[in-house]
Design a protein around this ligand. Sequence first.
Ligand code: SF4
Length: 65
Amino acid sequence: MAKYQVNKDKCLGCGVCTVNCPGGVELDTDGKAKVIDADKVEQCGGTDVCPHGVIEKKEEGEEKK
Ligand code: SF4
């Protein structure tokens, strides 16, 4: 299963992703987006949920700690 994460360094906090994918992404307390449900993000169109290319896809097992 794919995982998605927000690159917080690049996130503008514009909130477009939360409109494109309610329930999949929400704005965090720092004003930047965070993925709350990767399956939902996948259904919403994956990395296309963010028009600025800030949401990144990672395949399982590829995750950096
Ligand atoms: S649409 Fe992209 S830049 Fe805007 S808040 Fe979401 S992740 Fe950040």
